[in-house]
Ligand binder design. Structure first.
Ligand code: NAP
Length: 439
């Protein structure tokens, strides 16, 4: 009987892009591929766990599909191992036939305006990580003691941030928002959230379902200035999704003030941040009125005004952090690649390849594409050690990986300590996660 060497693949990052790549490789090389999903956290699912909003549980349900991948033959989860710290990329490329970087884009793009270092200015990675219990951001403690908050950006992350700031405790029923965030929001003084969009209603990056949600909140009412809306006839030329989003904005603009609403989410279009001011902390965001040129780009008009706020959440996009030994495109904040190929044996996928855009599902074709490339490049296994090589190296270095079975024990512990009506109460620090696997 001829023996075909298995193909060993390390996927770095266990978010959607990593799991779709693993799923695709399993299908492309049935019974012949050994996959290690390596994650720096002891828990899997990346963006699904720590990015997707806690009140969007139906989106989070996709993790069941990823779980099935993890439970399939030849796939391991190797958590609590940071590539670039615990193991170098060139060590991985020696052990495995292919290494796929699926590390996402978990760093905030800087705003680039004076005052952005003042306490109370936070990026969306940090803010979202805080309410979702990412260990790195669990201690953020964003100031919620002033009535005003500004959210910069006109995308879906800005919508998430504004909605979370505006919801009542009852509106978090059924969510898995972490206890520390729920406690802080319960006593929050925020009553006016201003969404700052540097362009206009026709240039938003907000999707209709997510925008429509703002119109059904218990305490907060969305406010759009009708004067910002273009001639309705112009909507016909918009792509259908955007047209629906703009229809929501028109509906918000047409609403009569509702005296029963105790909070507002105000859309401030055609305004761009120019600086943040305050004595030792944020007190106001200074913005400049903009006008669009013929190509739809925003230009400052010189007219400035202040938005009074104690918190600024900047939701203007993300960057992939560099990894020592891997080429990096500094300007774009991601790995440079040719359709996912960075160098022989080294690939990237998802946001680490194409930047932070698209939905969770966009990563599926991405994962399948990189799997195709790997199959075409690698052919058969070259007799490399794969996971056995990594295990030996980690043992030598005293790094204790967390397995998928360990994760399931951590998960069971999170489920069992959930508050009533919530699916789980996440552990928000790595030590607690690791302790829970043997509890
Ligand atoms: P995004 O969709 O790219 O939106 C970023 C926004 O920030 C844009 O409105 C952009 O305006 C604005 N912006 C960029 N630089 C700016 C600056 N210097 N000053 C002021 N505004 C600036 O990014 P995102 O909201 O981070 O979302 C990332 C991806 O995740 C998107 O594909 C999004 O749809 C997806 N997502 C989906 C959901 C969901 O489906 N529920 C939830 C969250 C995120 P310009 O257009 O003028 O550049």
């Amino acid at each position: 009987m001829s023996h075909v060497a298995p193909v060993h693949v390390a996927i770095v990052g266990s978010g959607p892009a990593g799991y779709y790549a693993a799923e695709a490789l399993g299908k492309a090389l049935p019974g012949r591929v050994r996959i290690d999903l390596v994650d720096k956290l002891p828990v899997p699912y990346g963006l699904i766990r720590t990015g997707v909003a806690p009140d969007h549980q139906s989106i989070k349900a996709v993790s069941k599909r990823y779980e099935a991948v993890s439970l399939s033959d030849g796939v391991r989860f190797v958590g609590n191992v940071e590539v670039g710290r615990d193991v170098a990329v060139d060590e991985l490329t020696n052990f495995y036939d292919a290494v796929v970087l699926a590390t996402g884009a978990p760093r905030d793009r800087p705003l680039g305006v004076p005052g952005e270092d003042l306490p109370g200015v936070v990026g969306s990675a940090a803010f979202v990580g805080w309410y979702n219990g990412h260990p790195e951001f669990a201690d953020l403690d964003p100031p919620l003691d002033a009535p005003g908050a500004a959210v910069i950006g006109a995308g879906n992350v800005a919508l998430d941030a504004a909605r979370i700031l505006a919801k009542t405790e009852a509106e978090f029923a059924g969510s898995d928002i972490v206890g520390h965030a729920l406690d802080a929001l319960r006593t929050s003084a925020v009553r006016e959230v201003t969404i700052v969009g540097r362009r206009g209603p026709h240039q938003i990056a907000m999707t209709p379902k997510e925008l429509g949600e703002l119109g059904r909140l218990e305490r907060a009412a969305p406010e759009v200035d009708a004067a910002d809306l273009p001639d309705p006839k112009a909507d016909a030329a918009l792509e259908p999704g955007l047209r629906k989003s703009v229809a929501h904005l028109r509906e918000f603009a047409a609403r009569l003030p509702d005296g029963a609403k105790l909070a507002r989410i105000r859309f401030d279009f055609f305004s761009r941040p120019v600086r943040v001011e305050g004595e030792g902390r944020v007190e106001r965001l200074i913005v400049e009125r903009t006008a669009l040129d013929a190509s739809g780009e925003a230009h400052g008009t010189g007219e400035e005004y202040a938005i009074s706020c104690g918190l600024v959440v900047s939701c203007i996009g993300y960057r992939t952090p560099p990894i020592p030994g891997v080429p990096y495109d500094e300007a774009r904040g991601r790995f440079p690649s040719e359709e996912g190929r960075i160098a022989p044996g080294l690939y990237c996928v998802g946001w680490a390849r194409r930047g932070p855009s698209g939905t969770i599902g966009t990563n599926k074709p991405d994962g399948y594409l990189v799997a195709e490339r790997i199959v075409a490049d690698v052919g058969g296994g070259a007799g490399r050690p794969g996971g056995a090589g990594l295990d030996a190296l980690l043992a030598e270095r005293g790094v204790e990986p967390v397995s998928f079975a360990d994760w399931r024990r951590i998960e069971a512990a999170e489920v069992s300590r959930a508050r009533a009506g919530s699916p789980r109460e996440k552990f928000v620090d790595v030590a607690a996660m690791i302790a829970a696997r043997s509890a």
